[in-house]
Design a protein around this ligand. Structure first.
Ligand SMILES: *[C@@H]1O[C@H](CO)[C@@H](O)[C@H](O)[C@H]1NC(C)=O
Ligand SMILES: *[C@@H]1O[C@H](CO)[C@@H](O)[C@H](O)[C@H]1NC(C)=O
Length: 222
């Protein structure tokens, strides 16, 4: 066996050990930072996005302002509004496996059942009272719920359906940290009843054990 083959095999076995351990975040960045840019004009490395030349990096690439501002919840059909601070707003987050959101809830407002396909979420209540929960996967489908007040923290595991309702008498606000630069959102109702083109209502009627007319009505709303 040549030296080269041996070190290749060592790397291969290290790799398989690494892969068999739980990988709990976005892949390792492999460099200090990789500020995402959309064109290679000022870029050098390629890693999903092009990385900005590190010599051209500035503090502003890692900066975002305005998470103190409550957003309007009146025009939302579910009475909430989310402000995101992810790689789309903060290019310096590229490859770092973390992001933030602020969520504002009107009275009776809710963040409807949804999934983050790429992130676990850790929510902290800034003001108000929220009833929150997530449901474990099939076949157990167990609801884990809690009523949260200011300063309370709750965890929503990656990929599970979760929600928050404002059950207090005042508007509420929360911040969440998410374990991805780009957590993604799958809103259950919008995805199932609002797909383009629509899923056959007769098929959905059977799936949800509903009258096809109810499904068609839902499809006009999402
Ligand atoms: C969220 O709030 C912003 C500004 O406060 C507003 O422009 C936007 O329409 C709101 N979005 C929803 C879904 O209500
Ligand atoms: C919330 O969870 C508790 C168990 O911790 C359960 O007894 C209760 O019924 C749940 N509440 C709702 C509204 O689902």
């Amino acid at each position: 066996m040549t030296m080269k083959t041996r070190s290749f095999l060592t790397i291969l076995s290290l790799l398989s050990i690494t892969l068999s351990l739980a990988i709990a975040s976005d892949p390792s960045p492999l460099q200090d930072f990789c500020i995402g840019v959309n064109t290679p004009a000022n870029g050098v490395f390629v890693n999903g996005k092009f990385c900005k030349d590190p010599k051209l990096a500035t503090a502003d690439d890692f900066f975002f302002s305005g998470l103190d501002k409550a957003k309007n919840t009146e025009s939302s059909p579910v009475g909430s509004n989310v402000t995101t601070a992810n790689v789309d707003q903060i290019p310096g987050l590229n490859t770092l496996g973390i992001s933030l959101v602020r969520i504002d809830y009107g009275v009776n407002g809710q963040n409807p059942p949804h999934i983050h396909p790429r992130a676990t979420e850790m929510l902290v209540v800034e003001k108000g009272t929220l009833f929150v929960g997530f449901v474990s996967s099939f076949p157990e489908n167990r609801l884990f719920n809690k009523t949260l007040n200011k300063g309370d923290v709750f965890v929503f595991p990656q990929g599970l359906i979760h929600f928050q309702f404002n059950v207090g008498k005042t508007p509420a606000a929360a911040f969440s940290a998410l374990s991805s630069q780009s957590p993604g959102v799958v809103l259950i109702a919008n995805t199932v009843f609002g797909s383009k083109p629509p899923i056959d209502p007769n098929f959905l009627a059977r799936a949800f054990q509903l009258d096809p007319k109810v499904v068609m009505d839902l499809q006009t709303k999402f």
